[in-house]
Ligand binder design. Sequence first.
Ligand SMILES: Nc1nc2c(ncn2[C@@H]2O[C@H](COP(=O)(O)OP(=O)(O)OP(=O)(O)O)[C@@H](O)[C@H]2O)c(=O)[nH]1
Ligand SMILES: [Zn+2]
Length: 351
Amino acid sequence: MNLNEFQQKYAYRKEINYDGQIDLLARVVMEQKERYILQTINGFKPAVVKGKMRHEAISREDYPAVGDWVVLQEKDFNDIVIIDQVLPRFSSIVRKVAGLRTDAQIVASNVTKVFIVISADEDLNERKLERYLTAVWESGASPHIVFSKVDLASDMDSIIEHADSIAFGIPLYKWNATNEEGKEDILANIHEDDSVVLIGSSGAGKSTLINALLTEKVLKTGSVREDDKRGRHTTTHRELFNLPTGGVIIDTPGMRELQLWTEDGDTLSHTFSDINHLIAECKFTDCKHDTEPDCAVKEALETGDLEEGRWNSYLKLQRELAYIERKQNAKLATEERKKWKKISMQQKKNR
Ligand SMILES: Nc1nc2c(ncn2[C@@H]2O[C@H](COP(=O)(O)OP(=O)(O)OP(=O)(O)O)[C@@H](O)[C@H]2O)c(=O)[nH]1
Ligand SMILES: [Zn+2]
């Protein structure tokens, strides 16, 4: 990659707040026991953090994580490069590590979109979906839902309808690995500056989907070759993959363990299926739970069956969802305008 390409690809990304030397910028594509592989302007390079960073680190979060943008210590690097600083994270997927005190391990950072993969061959598990959604909102990324195995679904329409009722306008996709139907739809929503992760139950079809998105050329079993000091080749399993159509997919071992705590109901407290059930009991389907008669929510608030605080956090989540949706719509509108501008410019040229 030459400097210009590198600059095009990385330097103008909105989440990076960096105005230093562009060729010192790199991204962490793998981490293993404080040893890192970086994607640099000169290709993939092994790296370590500078001594000062190690001495000053208080928690695991102070160390680089896969997806991090880092600044290198010096320009002319050859063997092992030194990481001088980790740029502030735009979002992070965190796994709580049980120990003497709860430590947080960042399993992926600077993620823009999380695709929640759910198998369509079984009934939708509301609580599980809500937990996943909450985990994604907490990370700072925005959720997307992929229904996999649609070839095995008995009633796809009702699953979509059901999901829509829980996931309020979050983008939904249908994916069938047997004929790759739905792939273009998903790829069209992973843009040049997106960093995407997939979460979901074991067996939901995440690996299958990742492989399909990456295409045969970049199969995720593919590894990075790097030269060590003696010029020998060593191979390492990468955890950040460039999509041929732009954007990257991050798939770390920690992501796989994430599903364990997301599926364990105790670790997340803000799930709202009880409220969804209440709302279903309101007399009017478009009840605003304000002045309407026979409002199940107001009744539950009065009797204390529903806590005020819980209702407020539900409303907050809804506002966040609405905000993201508006943002997404605005982005779509901008893209649409750009497309039309391009077309009309071309037409002028052709005149
Ligand atoms: N019929 C059908 N089978 C699928 C589809 N997608 C995945 N599978 C199968 O489902 C099984 C599990 O898929 P994986 O991609 O390994 O699932 P995973 O989510 O990566 O699972 P973990 O690695 O355990 O987290 C495999 O046997 C796949 O071949 C699909 O769209 N249709
Ligand atoms: Zn109501």
